[in-house]
Ligand binder design. Structure first.
Ligand SMILES: Nc1nc2c(c(=O)[nH]1)N[C@H]1C(S)=C(S)[C@@H](COP(=O)(O)O)O[C@H]1N2
Ligand SMILES: [Mo]
Length: 506
């Protein structure tokens, strides 16, 4: 420890170069570099890589709790916390190093960083791409610490007032630059941050979800912005004619427009990570037929601009409802919904509908994608039968105007019946189904309710598919590979939507 001249009183310029303030400054500089590198070069930092990993492994109830507690901004918030945590760790390590002036500690710290990077690596193939961001960040940090150490050495040597003033000026300038970089980076990232859109709830659901209310989910802190003019869709793998398509070429193919509902597999019971839109695009089967898929093909795999991967079984891929979409609700697909081109696979949970697709590969094996490989999410992903009750924001109805409405969704099976109970499941009454807007879409329902007296009522609603199967009472989310629809039952939250609603005098 050689720390003389550092703690010689507040007014001494030397105090400004205390190990503490310099280590914090070095850490903030590293954070600023990591945010700016993310914005300018698209290189992810360690907090972002770690967050992706955390989200991938996070139990669903925690995900749902995060969304209901912090809203759609939960992920950017968590990212900010991780960035601060990293800055804290770097500050502490930098402090130890500056105090001891021992290269050993820094080497140990670098080792720690490399270890941390390795921890979040999903595979060594993408090693270079994943480590570039952290390497730049920690190089910047190392350089900042070296400068800090040099400043302290100069400071200790003492010298003329002019030299001291210059030193103080240099430190001040550095601090200003670091803070400006940090603020600029944070501002830029906040503008582009991916906010999970929760649509509007409670309320009354329109048959078609307006685009601005359509739910948004992705694994990313920052979603990719794909330049459509330079973008190509590459087809490869087990086919006679691999090749590339521009957006214009795809638009020139026969187009299909269809109404389909899409739901996130993480949608809680009664939640609104479910929407219905008019999708326009070209059938996946059309492209595959032109490419001449070889016999024995098993899966079509999407590779996306954000590193996401998903597979569709050949049978699903060749079915007429699977679309490569470039328009939603009559408008070009927006960036957050996967522009310029996404897959839309009706009847399957949203994870199958890959956004920002760049490459389709036909393979002869059962390919496991992003959510299946690491977190064991379902690969078949057929949606479960479900039913949601919509209700006024305050959960109250006047006794003469109590009308329950909601949605029922069975994927491709079709809704045959919705039942409502207003006495905690003792008796059930049939609700009125709204018009069928399409075989791939949800069904609205309504139930004119005549409560006997004011009070609080426990209301439930359940749906049946066309084969007469009732919605499961408790459904475990299909987190097991190829979990069957009638898979293990978990009691509690999953299953039938249940609400306490208040009936008032008038
Ligand atoms: N490339 C890519 N595609 C993706 C995802 C993603 O993170 N990256 N998330 C999936 C999930 S989990 C869902 S629910 C849907 C959501 O699509 P939306 O945001 O258009 O509603 O996109 C799917 N496609
Ligand atoms: Mo999802």
């Amino acid at each position: 420890m050689s720390d003389e001249g550092v703690t010689t009183g507040r007014s001494s310029p030397a105090a400004r170069y205390s190990a503490l303030s310099l280590s914090v400054l070095a850490a903030l500089s590293a954070s600023a570099v990591s945010l700016l590198v993310r914005l300018a070069l698209d290189l992810q930092s360690l907090p972002e890589l770690a967050l992706a990993r955390v989200v991938q492994l996070m139990p669903v109830p925690i995900f749902q709790w995060g969304i209901s507690t912090f809203g759609g901004g939960a992920k950017p918030l968590l990212f900010a916390v991780l960035v601060l945590l990293e800055a804290g760790v770097l500050s502490a390590l930098g402090y130890v190093w500056l105090r001891s002036a021992h290269a050993k500690t820094l080497r140990a710290a670098s080792l720690w960083m490399v270890g941390a990077v390795l921890l979040v690596l999903p595979g060594l193939l993408v090693w270079a791409e994943l480590t570039a961001g952290p390497l730049l960040t920690y190089s910047a940090w190392g350089a900042a610490l070296a400068v800090a150490s040099r400043l302290r050495a100069l400071e200790r040597q003492g010298g003329a007032d002019a030299v001291r003033r210059r030193l103080v000026f240099a430190g001040g300038l550095w601090a200003v630059l670091a803070v400006a970089g940090l603020a600029g980076g944070a501002w830029g990232l906040a503008r582009r941050a991916t906010i999970t859109s929760l649509g509007v709830l409670p309320g009354r659901t329109p048959a078609l979800t307006p685009t601005e209310d359509f739910y948004v989910v992705s694994k990313n802190v920052l979603d990719p912005s794909v330049d459509a003019s330079r973008w190509r869709l590459r087809l490869e793998g087990a086919m006679e004619r691999p090749g590339e398509w521009t957006l214009e070429e795809l638009r020139a193919l026969p187009a299909t427009e269809q109404i389909a509902t899409m739901e996130c597999i993480s949608n809680p019971v009664g939640g609104n990570l479910i929407s219905t839109g008019v999708w326009k695009g070209v059938r996946l089967s059309e492209l595959l037929r032109r490419a001449g898929v070889r016999p024995g093909a098993r899966d079509v795999v999407s590779f996306c601009a954000d590193g996401y991967t998903e597979s569709l079984e050949m049978e699903r891929a060749m079915s007429p409802e699977a679309l490569l979409v470039y328009e939603l609700n009559g408008e070009p697909l927006s960036q957050k919904h996967g522009a310029p081109l996404r897959l839309q696979a009706p009847g399957l949970y949203g994870l199958k509908s890959a956004k920002w697709v760049e490459r389709l590969r036909v393979v002869n094996e059962n390919y496991l994608g992003y959510w299946q490989r690491e977190s064991n999410w379902t690969d078949s992903a057929a949606v479960h039968t479900e039913c949601r009750i919509d209700y006024p924001p305050d959960g109250r109805f006047p006794i003469n105007g109590a009308m329950l409405t909601g949605i029922a969704y069975t994927g491709l099976r079709g809704v045959s019946r919705v039942e409502v109970s207003t006495n905690d499941g003792e008796t059930w009454d049939e609700a009125v189904l709204g018009p069928e807007i399409g075989p791939l879409a949800w069904r609205l329902w309504s139930y004119p309710w005549r409560p006997a007296s004011p009070g609080t009522y426990s209301v439930r609603a359940r749906a049946y598919d066309v084969e007469g199967n009732a919605q499961a009472e408790g459904t475990s989310l299909p987190r097991n590979r190829n979990a069957p629809l009638d898979g293990p039952v978990v009691t509690g939250e999953m299953g039938i939507h249940r609400l306490d609603l208040v009936i008032t005098e008038s």
